[in-house]
Ligand binder design. Structure first.
Ligand code: TGC
Ligand code: FAD
Length: 397
C-alpha cells in the first residue's frame, strides 16, 4: 500500500518517461528560480520581459514538440509538463510562451512552406524572433469565420498582397517580429494565413498598440494589430491550408497546452492555501486547516487538479499516437479551465483579508484564470463544440 502524496494524489508521476521527468524538473527549476522572483513586479507594472523567451529558448522549451529546425522534438506530455511549470508561476508567462510555441511556431511548422520554416523556426526556437497569432477581431471573437480582415492583390507591387483590417486582444503583438495573421483572400473569400515581418512593413501600414490596464494576465503583453494596406509577399502566405481548419489546427495545440497549464496554477494555489491554513490560527489557537470547511476546499481543488492532470496526460499520449479528436481537447480545455478558476476562487477565501495583498499570489491566479477560461474558445463555446459532437446538431447560430 502506498502513502498518499497530496502533491501528486493519483500518482501521475509514475506515468512519465525518464526523459519527461527530467524535462519537467528542468522546467520547474527554471520557473521557480528565474520567473517567480520577477512576477510580482511584472504584474504590478504590467511589463513583459522579452528576455524570458530567449531564456526559454536556451532551455529548448520553445516549439519543443516540433521535429527539426532547431526544435527539441519531445513528446506532447513533455510539452504539457513544461507548460504546467510555467503557469505554476503565472498564466501570463504561459500565455507569452504558448503563443510563441504552439500558435506561431506550431502554425508555421504545420502549414508553412519549406522556405518559411527554414527562415522563421530556428530564430523563433531561440526566442530571438518573437511571434504572435492574430485571429480575433473587434467584431468577431467566438465567431472568427466572420472576420473582416482581407488580403487583396497589391495595387502597385507585383507579387504582393495588400492586407487590411484590425485584430484585437493579441498576445505578444506589440513586441512581435513576425505576425501570423489570418485574413480572407479577396479572390476566393477563403481564410488564409499570412506571415507579416514587421521589419519589412513601410511606415504607417502596420501598428500594434498595447492594450493596457488589464484586470488579469498583466505579466503578459497584449495588443492590437492594425493593418492598412500592408504589403506581404505572396510567398509569405501559407501555401495550402484554407478556411478555419488553419487557425483551429494551431488552436488544438495551444488549447491542449492550456489544459496542462491551468492545473499548474491551481496546484500553486493549493500549495499556498495549504501552507497558509496550517500556519494561520483562529479560535483557541487552532490552525484553520483543522476546520472541516477549509479541508473541503482543499479536497475539492486537489481532486480537480489530479483529475485534470490525468485527463491531459491521456490526451497527450493519444495526440502522439495520432488518435486524438479536437473535441477531446475541447473537453480538457473547458473542464480544466473551469475547475482551476472555481478551485482557485474557493481557495482564495482561506487567506482571509490577506488575499487582498498580491504578496500571497492567490488573487493574481484568480484574475488570470478568468482570462484562460475566455481565450482560445470561451468555456460555453467548448460546451457547444461538445454538444455538437454528442448530438450531431450544432447550436452556434
Ligand atoms: P466549423 O464549421 O465548426 O469549422 C469550420 C472548419 O474548420 C474545421 N475545424 C477544425 N479543424 C481542426 N481543428 C479543429 N479544432 C477544428 N474545428 C473546426 C472544420 O472541420 C471545418 O473545416 P472545413 O474544411 O469543413 O471548412 O466552424 P464554425 O465557424 O461553425 O466554428 C464555430 C466554433 C465556435 C467552433 C469556432 O468558431 C470556435 O472555436 N470559436 C472560438 C474562437 C477561438 O478559439 N478563438 C481563439 C483566438 S486565439 C487566442 O485566443 C489565443 S490566446 C493565447 C494565449 O495568450 O495563450
Ligand atoms: P464574444 O465572442 O463576444 O463572446 C462574449 C460571450 O458570449 C462569451 O461568454 C461567449 O461564450 C458568449 N457567446 C458567443 N457566442 C455564443 C453562442 N453562439 N452561444 C452561446 N454563447 C455565446 N485572440 C487571438 O486571436 N490571439 C491572441 O493571442 C489572443 N490573446 C488574448 C489575450 C487576452 C489577455 C485576451 C483577454 C484575449 C485574447 N484573445 C486572443 C482573444 C480571445 O480569443 C477572445 O476574447 C475570445 O475568443 C472570446 O471572444 P470575444 O472576446 O469577442 O467574446
Amino acid at each position: 500500500v502506498a502513502t498518499f502524496d497530496w502533491k501528486d494524489p493519483l500518482g501521475a508521476q509514475g506515468l512519465y518517461t525518464e526523459e519527461e521527468t527530467a524535462i519537467a524538473e528542468t522546467a520547474e527549476q527554471y520557473c521557480q528560480e528565474k520567473l517567480l522572483p520577477r512576477v510580482l513586479e511584472a504584474y504590478r507594472k504590467e511589463e513583459y520581459d522579452k528576455r524570458i523567451l530567449e531564456e526559454m529558448g536556451e532551455l529548448g522549451f520553445l516549439g519543443s514538440s516540433i521535429q527539426g529546425y532547431g526544435c527539441a522534438g519531445v513528446s506532447s506530455v513533455a510539452t504539457g509538463l513544461i507548460t504546467r511549470a510555467v503557469e505554476r508561476v503565472d498564466s501570463g508567462y504561459r500565455s507569452g510562451f504558448s503563443v510563441q510555441s504552439s500558435l506561431a511556431m506550431g502554425g508555421i511548422a504545420e502549414f508553412g512552406s519549406e522556405e518559411q520554416k527554414e527562415k522563421f523556426l530556428p530564430p523563433m526556437a531561440q526566442g530571438k524572433m518573437v511571434g504572435c497569432f492574430g485571429l480575433t477581431e473587434p467584431n468577431h471573437g467566438s465567431d472568427p469565420g466572420s472576420m473582416e480582415s482581407v488580403a487583396k492583390p497589391h495595387p502597385s507591387k507585383e507579387g504582393y498582397y495588400s492586407l487590411s483590417g484590425t485584430k484585437t486582444w493579441i498576445t505578444n503583438s506589440p513586441i512581435a517580429d513576425v505576425l501570423l495573421v489570418w485574413a480572407k483572400l479577396q479572390e476566393t473569400g477563403k481564410i488564409r494565413g499570412f506571415l507579416i515581418e514587421r521589419s519589412q512593413c513601410p511606415p504607417g501600414t502596420l501598428e500594434t498598440p498595447k492594450i493596457g490596464d488589464k484586470n488579469g494576465l498583466r505579466a503578459s503583453i497584449t495588443g492590437m494589430i492594425q493593418m492598412d494596406e500592408v504589403p506581404v509577399p505572396k510567398e509569405m502566405m501559407f501555401p495550402e491550408v484554407q478556411g478555419l481548419k488553419g487557425p483551429f489546427s494551431c488552436l488544438n495545440n495551444a488549447r491542449y497546452g492550456i489544459a496542462w497549464g491551468v492545473i499548474g496554477a491551481l496546484e500553486d494555489a493549493i500549495s499556498r492555501a495549504r501552507e497558509y491554513a496550517l500556519e494561520r490560527k483562529q479560535f483557541k489557537g487552532n490552525p484553520i486547516a483543522k476546520y472541516q470547511l477549509v479541508q473541503k476546499k482543499l479536497a475539492d481543488a486537489s481532486t480537480d487538479a489530479a483529475y485534470g492532470i490525468m485527463a491531459a496526460y491521456q490526451v497527450g499520449r493519444l495526440k502522439d499516437e495520432g488518435k486524438h479528436a479536437p473535441e477531446m481537447i475541447s473537453m480538457i480545455k473547458r473542464q480544466n479551465c473551469d475547475r482551476a478558476l472555481i478551485g482557485a476562487r474557493n481557495l482564495q477565501e482561506i487567506f482571509g483579508g490577506n488575499a487582498a495583498s498580491d504578496e500571497y499570489h492567490i488573487g493574481r491566479h484568480v484574475s488570470n484564470l478568468f482570462v484562460t477560461q475566455t481565450y482560445e474558445g470561451q468555456s460555453d463555446i467548448h460546451s457547444l463544440i461538445l454538444g455538437r459532437a454528442i448530438t450531431g446538431i450544432q447550436a452556434f447560430v
